[in-house]
Design a protein around this ligand. Structure first.
Ligand code: CP
Ligand code: NVA
Length: 306
């Protein structure tokens, strides 16, 4: 059974295969329009979502499947009933479950008991479907990840962790600039360093934005306060104030440096209006690519890949 949980379980070959499938799906969507006919996908979202919900919901419909959506507070896994019970019940109705939740251990627990494929649509630890879409965007804009300096600026959060996994598996160079105490997870870094040693990749975690920004080919950022951490918002605004993508930071990067953000963005915090609206910003291409890549993930999980 093919789950899609954190990217770390996938080989470079499989990730490349998924990106190439997303390229084909984007180029010729009609060719895939009945691949998932008579399949039913559950979308269980315990946090809000615009892009991920739409990408998987619409993606399922465009592949000929149908979808059932459960919003925040509806199922209450682990509260209203045990995760293990919920997972087994969903498995009796559905062909795959797309799950957005808080703790990553809930995703793992769900997988243990699910007899249908599980797709992680964001947990506190990682956001692999976002990053598969970003790999499609990077493939379109830069082709060879091994030849670029990719820099993530800001919170060492779920998106940062998934980018680290992806680039270390694929042999890319990733710089992460975070304030002290807000670096990516130590476990993720250890696992990724091992992968980078095998792939020829490089991971650098720094506490000064300058080190990541100088000569960067890509500058990627995300919100300072992720969903579930709202109580820390004021503290984080102070801690992260130097970790903003703005015109001063863009001047340190390469001239054609690509600006990326998974969205939603908090303009004036992690990124300025000017930077997100600039000619090197590809945030809406990233958002569009979520759809094509979500379709590739569904085809992969449901074994409808050529
Ligand atoms: N980037 C992203 O995952 O957006 P949503 O939270 O709106 O799905
Ligand atoms: N890091 C953000 C990503 C949102 C798509 C969050 O978890 O809220």
């Amino acid at each position: 059974m093919k789950n899609f949980i954190s990217l770390k379980e996938l080989s470079a070959k499989t990730i490349v295969k998924l990106v190439k499938l997303a390229v084909r799906v984007k180029k010729n969507p009609l060719r895939y329009k009945s691949r998932l006919r008579s399949r039913y996908i559950g979308l269980l979202f315990e946090k809000p979502s615009l892009r991920t919900k739409t990408a998987f919901y619409l993606g399922a419909l465009q592949l000929g499947a149908d979808a059932v959506y459960y919003g925040p507070g509806e199922v209450n896994l682990g509260v209203r009933e045990k995760v293990s019970d919920g997972a087994r019940v969903f498995s009796r109705y559905l062909d795959a479950v797309v799950l957005r939740t808080f703790s990553h251990s809930l995703v793992e627990e769900f997988c243990k008991f699910s007899s249908v494929p599980v797709i992680n649509a964001l947990s506190d630890l990682c956001h692999p479907s976002q990053v598969l879409g970003d790999l499609l965007t990077l493939y379109e804009l830069k082709r060879d990840l091994k030849k670029i300096k990719f820099s993530f600026v800001g919170d060492g959060n779920n998106v940062a962790n998934s980018l680290i996994y992806a680039l270390s598996i694929l042999g890319g160079n990733i710089f992460v600039a975070s304030p002290s105490g807000y670096e990516p997870s130590g476990n993720v870094l250890r696992e990724a360093q091992k992968k980078a040693r095998q792939s020829g990749g490089r991971i650098e975690v720094v506490n000064k934005i300058k080190e990541a920004a100088i000569d960067a080919d890509v500058l990627y950022t995300d919100v300072w306060t992720s969903m579930g951490r709202e109580k820390e918002v004021n503290k984080r605004r102070k801690v992260f104030s130097d970790f903003q993508i703005n015109s001063k930071v863009l001047k340190m990067a390469k001239k054609n440096c690509v600006v990326m953000h998974c969205l939603p963005a908090h303009r004036g915090e992690e990124i300025t209006d000017e930077a997100i609206e600039g000619r090197n910003s590809y945030v809406f291409l990233q958002a569009e690519n979520r759809l094509h890549s979500a379709k590739a993930i569904l085809l992969y999980a449901l074994s409808r890949v050529e």
